[in-house]
Design a protein around this ligand. Structure first.
Ligand code: ARG
Length: 401
């Protein structure tokens, strides 16, 4: 049998470290290509390469995906208004197809024969990785060690790591399972598995508790150009910097804490805590600008598209003709979504202070109740007569209904 060359989606954590050695045992003489993607998570990048090599990888690739993540993934989701089951801004879910693509790109360039990831057998992430692999590199075989290996606990993995001199960080195990990127942090497991248990203070990684947040609110002006945020407080900014800044301001004010029971792709209901300050602020601001600039039927119809778009991201079919078709619709709707939204961040809340747009459809002369009113009140009478005609006829015929 020819030797395998295996591309591993590597994080430097216990699972993917143990995985490297385990794969080399299973596929004798296999060469391991470790790949880590930077999606803006705060991890020590410097130590990853020596760690991967010491663990047994032949080579290590670090791919900076932050700009692509913001411009080609996050902004699309924001323009679409994609919140899974009305709550989750989809940070983890949006990152997976991009990480999977980065892994495939390295694997193809390095002539790998196999792809692998460190996801468990009961989550959404295995689905997102493997559906993307199937779409982008159907010729490659895929292995998900966590679904098949012999270890049934973290302790067993640590014992295996010790036995084989695999460097694992000595830090005490975090009681939670955490996934982090620039669009948000997902936190589950431990005491959070009981949906009646309020999240303990230590579950939150970046946000200040609302009750401990500053007594002075933070006011922010966010400018959008065709649905994309381009400036903060009058200063033009790269998307990445803008998100970093809003995460900082939001976190300081306790904004962006979410606690939800969600429906996983694999049929399980799970409880997850999220921290997504920038995503919460930007979705709120974007929607308010849409209220001002979108024609009524577009505004109302787009709600359905938002839900469909969120389902696509959540269920791992990012690389699909359906997503592309919805992008075309969304981009068409975003043409007038230009303007500025002023918000107040205060003790866990985002509130609206004002909004303005060159494409505003709000006409004060029509809306006003003062003498400046230009609305034709008399024509309302004829409108109501005809508008209500169907109902009037129905009730004349069906008396007492
Ligand atoms: N429930 C989220 C999703 O499916 C996050 C999954 C990863 N969560 C974690 N805490 N590691 O997108």
């Amino acid at each position: 049998m020819s030797k395998e060359k295996i591309a591993v989606a590597y994080s430097g954590g216990l699972d993917t470290s143990v995985m490297i050695k385990w794969l080399k045992d299973k596929y004798e003489g296999a060469e391991i290509v470790a790949v880590t993607g930077n999606l803006g998570q705060k991890m020590e990048i410097d130590n990853l390469e020596p760690k991967a090599i010491a663990t047994g990888a032949k080579s290590f690739h670090f791919v900076d995906l932050r700009k692509t993540f913001v411009e080609d993934y996050i902004w699309k989701a924001l323009k679409a208004g994609a919140l899974y089951e009305d709550v989750y801004p989809l940070a983890t879910a949006l990152g997976r197809p991009l990480l999977a693509k980065a892994l495939v790109d390295v694997a193809l360039a390095e002539g790998c024969t196999m792809l692998t990831h460190g996801c468990t057998g009961k989550g959404n992430d295995q689905v997102r990785f493997e559906v993307t692999f199937a779409a982008l590199a159907p010729q490659m075989s895929v292995i998900a060690p966590l679904r098949i290996w012999e270890f049934t606990s973290r302790e067993q993995e640590i014992a295996y790591a010790m036995e084989h001199n695999i460097p694992v960080s000595a830090t005490k195990k975090n009681p939670y399972s955490i996934d982090e990127n620039i669009w948000g942090i997902s936190i589950e497991c431990g005491v959070l598995e009981d949906p009646m248990v309020a999240p303990p203070a230590d579950a939150y990684q970046i946000t200040t508790a609302p009750e401990l947040a500053p007594d002075e609110p933070t006011v922010v002006d966010i400018e959008f150009l065709q649905g994309v945020p381009v400036a903060l407080d009058g200063q033009m900014m790269e998307g990445l910097d803008l998100i970093v800044k809003l995460n900082e301001l939001g976190a300081k004010n306790g904004v962006g804490r979410l606690d939800m029971i969600e429906n996983r792709v694999v049929g399980i209901k799970s409880r997850e805590i999220y921290e997504a300050p920038a995503a919460t602020i930007l979705h709120f601001a974007h929607r308010e600008l849409e209220r001002l600039t979108l024609e009524k039927s577009v505004f109302q119809y787009k709600k359905n598209i938002s839900q469909d778009y969120a389902n696509i991201i959540y269920s791992g079919t990012w690389f699909s003709p359906m997503r592309q078709a919805l992008d075309a619709f969304v981009d068409e709707t975003q043409k007038p979504v230009t303007g500025m939204v002023r918000l107040k961040l205060y003790k866990g809340n985002v509130t609206l202070l004002g909004r303005t747009s060159p494409n505003s459809l709000y006409n004060e002369a029509l809306a006003t109740y003062t003498e400046a009113d230009t609305f034709d009140h008399k024509s309302a009478e004829g409108f109501i007569k005809i508008y209500g005609l169907g109902l009037k006829t129905f009730h004349e015929v069906n008396k007492g209904n």
